[in-house]
Design a protein around this ligand. Structure first.
Ligand code: UTP
Length: 272
């Protein structure tokens, strides 16, 4: 039912400077794989076959990664190293990668709206590749698609309980638990100070959105940091009872921060 996955990847990644001066944050590797490749794997595991990637200036490495590299492939042909490329080659042959550029970085909501041209009029998934998720049994996006299939009139956001003192890093929700781990959202606030946070349930970088969101984003005024916040657009739909928050099963690493990135690296290294 959900075939397209949008990857907003146009942000500046300032927390990783100077590494992100010339390399997109989404291309930073956890072990040998860039963050974005983990995101694509998750989308594929959830049944998506079209990857719609929002890029920006200085992000050309992303397009090159999801393309053939004949000279390199020729160089390692017939050697043991060839197997290191099996996975990425499979992705390139089996799935569609399409791109559009966000010319001005006006926030995540604006980045998602930029993707309308790639998505069209259908429900779609969104993965922020710097939130790296892991669940061997069922990926976080697969879990969310199952929730969406039972509630096709709603947008779904993934949430996680965070320490109260960290609410200012996230969009935070409040709502009624209507089923196990599933909340109907009645309020959401972007990056609240702990004293203003309506709960400790934070939105992480996975969404299922209905195409209705595009019109709503167009009518959303820039909010915190003068950026168009997806949280503000979703709040409009939440007020109509159309946004559910799903407390997912699995691990999540905030690879947009140095601590989270190191934690993810150790976790995947030890996992083998
Ligand atoms: P972040 O809030 O992590 O911002 O964006 P950032 O620029 O990537 O990183 P810092 O805070 O400067 O270190 C969350 C996601 O939204 C995308 C980013 O690429 C990231 O995946 N994004 C954000 C856009 O695509 N466009 C924007 O205008 C803003």
């Amino acid at each position: 039912m959900i075939k397209k996955c949008l990857f907003p990847a146009a942000g500046y990644g300032t927390r990783f400077l100077p590494a992100t001066k010339a390399i997109p944050k989404e291309m930073l590797p956890v072990l040998t794989k860039p963050l974005l490749q983990y995101g694509v794997e998750e989308a594929v595991s959830a049944g998506c076959d079209t990857m719609a990637i929002i890029t920006g200036r200085g992000k050309r490495a992303i397009e090159d990664h999801f393309d053939r590299s004949y000279e390199l492939e020729h160089q390692i042909e017939g050697t043991s190293k060839e197997t290191l490329m099996t996975e990425i080659r499979g992705m390139i042959s089996n799935y569609t990668f399409s791109y559009t550029r966000q010319v001005e970085m006006k926030g995540l909501g604006h980045a998602i709206l930029t993707g309308q041209t790639l998505i069209g009029n259908e429900p779609f998934a969104v993965i922020l590749a710097d939130d790296l998720c892991d669940n061997d049994e069922k990926s976080v996006l697969s879990q969310m698609i199952e929730v969406y299939e039972k509630n096709p009139e709603c947008c779904i956001v993934a949430i996680e309980e965070v320490p109260k003192e960290e609410t200012s890093k996230y969009g935070v929700i409040s709502g009624n638990e209507i089923a196990e781990n599933l909340f109907k959202i009645d309020d959401m606030v972007e990056k609240p100070e702990p004293k203003d946070a309506p709960s400790n349930l934070a939105i992480i970088g996975r969404y299922i959105l209905t195409p209705e969101i595009f019109e709503v984003i167009k009518n959303t005024k820039p909010g915190k940091n003068d950026e168009v916040q997806i949280t503000d657009s979703l709040l409009t739909l939440a007020k109509e009872g159309k946004v559910l928050a799903y407390k997912f099963d699995g691990k999540r690493f905030d690879c947009g921060s140095v601590d989270g990135f190191v934690e993810a690296t150790n976790y995947f290294y030890n996992k083998g």
